[in-house]
Design a protein around this ligand. Structure first.
Ligand code: SF4
Length: 331
């Protein structure tokens, strides 16, 4: 299909900006494109990104509010019940610790503060703590607040919204076809139900996944299409960095170019979404990291759930050196 890559990548971005959706085949073509076409592809993704987000980059700060104690068996996850990864394990933090994390996010100029608990779903006492923290943070900060607590019913989602949550994170992780290869403890439809419950409660949805776990290129596109169907607001694209002590520890690390092609594909299938270059950015993309900004309009700074990042100063320098700007919180 793509005989003149420069001309055709431009045509693809023009099609998207003209309001038309790209097909599954076109998504796969993006992922199959060669390194020779990479800059032309990124230019096309950037044309779409720039139309909706300019050169702004949203900074997100993540807080692991309950670490390493999950009952579920997600094969990629160092916090799962089947992982022996050497990570910190602790139960739900106090409201004060969670509020302190928000203060730090404010100091860094973040727009989003993401509170994440490793769990199948929250207990009532955990929800009480989280809701207390949400109310306290909302009372003193303009940060947008996102919580990720596992599976939620609609009543739990409504409670979180009433306490001050703006958004729920619940990743689909991968395609429906590949999901049983990485998780048996719960199903794809359980995850979709949680997203629907949160939407019914009036919450924004952050849902994305991981690339590089052994899934096919078609699986990556199918995840992007599923998220388009669900009309999610935000898509974190994580790059799988195999963790010792997990069932997937021997999977070969995904190449930087494939990470960049994945981000471009997510941007082009979900043009208006907040697309985040998320976990594994430093480990998998290395020196090519500034190129994520041509597709993604947001990044995590100051590390991830169980791994450090390159740090705020280097993230900020990367953004500014590449001619992008850190976004401020919108009123
Ligand atoms: S449900 Fe979340 S925290 Fe638990 S094992 Fe799966 S990915 Fe990890």
């Amino acid at each position: 299909m793509i005989s003149d890559p420069f001309m055709n990548w431009n045509e693809l971005s023009a099609k998207i900006l003209g309001g038309r959706s790209i097909s599954r085949d076109e998504g796969v073509q993006i992922l199959r494109s060669s390194d020779d076409e990479l800059l032309a592809l990124l230019q096309a993704a950037f044309d779409v990104r720039r139309a909706y987000f300019g050169r702004r980059v949203n900074l997100h700060v993540i807080q692991n509010v309950k670490s390493g104690l999950c009952s579920e068996d997600c094969a990629f996850c160092s916090q799962s019940a089947v992982s022996s990864s050497p990570i910190e394990r602790y139960s739900m933090q106090s409201p004060e610790e969670i509020v302190d994390g928000a203060k730090r996010a404010d100091e860094l100029g973040a727009v989003k503060y993401c509170m994440v608990a490793s769990s199948r779903g929250p207990s009532q006492p955990e929800l009480t703590v989280l809701c207390d923290a949400l109310r306290r943070i909302k009372g003193r900060s303009k940060l947008h607040l996102c919580v990720s607590l596992g599976l939620l019913d609609e009543e739990e989602a409504r409670g979180l919204k009433a306490a001050g949550a703006d958004r729920i994170n619940h990743n689909l992780e991968t395609s429906r076809r590949f999901f049983p290869s990485i998780c048996q403890a719960h199903g794809y439809d359980d995850r979709i139900r949680t997203i629907r419950n949160a939407q019914a409660a009036g919450l924004e949805i952050c849902s994305g996944g991981l690339v590089g776990m052994g899934e096919t290129l078609e699986d990556r596109v199918d995840l992007a299409l599923e998220l388009r169907e669900l009309k999610v607001n935000s898509i974190p694209v994580n790059f799988f960095n195999p963790r010792a002590g997990t069932p997937l520890e021997k999977v070969a690390k995904i190449k930087p170019g494939d990470c960049l092609r994945a981000l471009a594909m997510f941007r082009m299938i979900n043009p208006t979404c907040d697309i985040r270059a998320a976990g594994g950015r430093e480990a998998c993309i290395g020196l090519l990291q500034p190129l994520v900004l041509y597709s993604a309009n947001s990044i995590f700074t100051e590390g991830y759930l169980t791994t450090p990042g390159q740090g705020y100063s280097r993230d900020r320098a990367m953004i500014e050196d590449a001619g992008f700007e850190v976004a401020a919180i919108e009123a």
